[in-house]
Ligand binder design. Structure first.
Ligand code: C2O
Ligand code: CU
Length: 463
């Protein structure tokens, strides 16, 4: 026994030495992040595993953790049969690393690699996902969490990532339903799944102890579903939205809305009794609930009574100032079923509804369907921008700006929390403001990925 321990210790030392040597040799080669075809047991036991596209073989991809102010270095290895690229959602990133195929980089062909290497200025909950044909690639599973850690994290017993998703599976064989760009999802509410869950399973289980305090980092990785979240057996506070800390944690009193790509950092205390289960639920329109994660309670944590959690440390550059003298922009959001486009510009010419529909295009931003050679706006570096969105469709949209966070300018002139993705609902004008302080070409699009593919994508340039 002693010999074995000694040997193991020796073995570990030798391995560490070998690893050190290898690290030095590989100084120029970042750790791989391999996109490939794999399988995952998403559906209940008894159903076959689902063929998915994954990062490093897992669904979701590995949780990447980087200290704030550090760098993330990863070599994307494309073992998929199609080109791909990785977008690091919500990071105030160097534009060349933003991962948008066709705008900030060429798509990475099968068999090729691309090195991502960038600084992470803000601590918080972010995520990464494919940004080449994302409507299909994200639905197939190419997504994972990117956690940028505070130097001084809040006092919690555990820090857990909960990547929410819904999968559209064929009930006969539990395989992903195709096509990914069905005209119904393109022109209506997007691709919504028939099996809801978290962290790659319809039955995500996180055993806890009573009175335990957890930080739950919720990420909506679904293509189109807006989750309406409810806590059971937990007392919670919202500590951050889209990676950015709130000035102080806000008690959770009712349902929480989490649109595609949005994040929500909750601090929760488990209040359910031993032998019961706490749960994270999704509330359906008909009032029924679906479990997204179960937290069975076994045993009791030492601390029974606690103070409300303290605020997370603020990130640098959280202010949006200069609103009075800001440049004002307006963008009409149009199209989709029941409010179809009469005509709009697509690939440089005016087209009617039928011609657009034939090309799988249903939506327009500022009269324009999909990407254009010239940006929607050219902004001077450092200027403050107010962008008014008018939603004349009959659907909600989750509008996402790359590279910079923004705040909502509310009717009374007050500013909402810093976000990178915001829900726009029909007939309610929405104004957002941001400081254009990150140079480059940045996408602005709906994160209901079928909408993005069917016209709701544009871009701005900060020079
Ligand atoms: Cu989360 Cu343009 O992406
Ligand atoms: Cu949309």
């Amino acid at each position: 026994m002693t010999v074995r321990v000694t040997r193991r210790a020796f073995g570990t030392g030798a391995m560490a030495a070998a690893a050190l040597g290898a690290t030095q040799l590989r100084a120029a080669a970042p750790t791989a992040l391999t996109a490939r075809v794999s399988t995952a047991q998403i559906a209940p036991r008894g159903y076959p595993a689902t063929e998915v596209w994954s990062y490093d073989g897992g669904l979701p991809g590995p949780v990447l953790r980087v200290p704030q102010g550090g760098r993330l270095r990863r070599r994307l290895v494309n073992d998929l049969p199609v080109p791909t690229s990785v977008h690091w959602h919500g990071i105030r990133i160097d534009n060349a690393m933003d991962g948008v195929a066709g705008l900030t980089q060429q798509p990475v062909p099968p068999g090729a690699t691309f090195d991502y290497d960038f600084a992470v200025p803000d601590a918080g909950t972010f995520w990464y996902h494919a940004h080449t044909n994302s409507m299909e690639q994200v639905a197939r599973g190419l997504a994972g969490a990117l956690i940028v850690e505070e130097a001084e994290p809040p006092e919690v017993d555990r820090d857990e990532v909960v990547l929410l998703d819904d999968w559209l599976l064929d009930p006969a064989d539990a395989q992903l339903m195709t096509p990914f760009g069905h005209p119904m999802s393109l022109s209506h509410a997007g691709r919504t799944g028939n099996l809801l869950g978290a962290n790659g399973s319809y039955d995500c289980v996180l055993p806890v102890r009573r009175h335990e305090r957890l930080r739950l980092r919720l990420i909506n990785g679904a293509n189109a579903r807006i989750f309406v979240l409810r806590l059971r057996g937990m007392n919670g506070w919202t500590a951050a939205l889209d990676g950015m800390p709130l000035p102080g944690p806000e008690p959770v009193t009712g349902e929480m809305i989490l649109a595609p790509a949005q994040r929500l950092d909750l601090i929760v205390d488990v209040t359910a009794e031993t032998g019961e289960a706490a749960a994270l639920l999704h509330l359906e329109r008909d009032g029924s609930t679906q479990p997204l994660m179960r937290l069975p309670v076994a045993g009791t944590a030492a601390v029974r009574a606690r103070e409300a959690p303290a605020a997370l440390p603020p990130n640098p550059r959280m202010a949006v100032s200069g609103l009075d003298t800001a440049r004002r922009l307006e963008m009409a959001m149009e199209g989709g079923a029941m409010a179809g486009l009469v005509s709009a510009r697509f690939e440089g010419r005016d087209m009617g509804f039928r011609d657009l529909a034939r090309r799988g295009q249903f939506w327009a931003l500022a009269g324009q369907v999909g990407m254009t050679d010239a940006p929607f706006a050219r902004l001077d570096r450092g200027e403050t921008v107010r962008l008014k969105l008018t939603n004349s469709t009959v659907f909600a949209h989750a509008m996402h700006l790359h590279g910079m966070h923004f705040r909502e300018v509310r009717g009374d002139g007050s500013l909402g929390p810093l976000r990178d993705t915001i829900v726009s609902v029909p007939d309610e004008p929405l104004e957002i403001a941001f400081v254009a302080d990150n140079p480059g070409r940045w996408l602005f699009h709906c994160h209901m990925l079928a909408h993005a593919a069917a016209g709701m994508t544009t871009w701005i340039e900060v020079a």
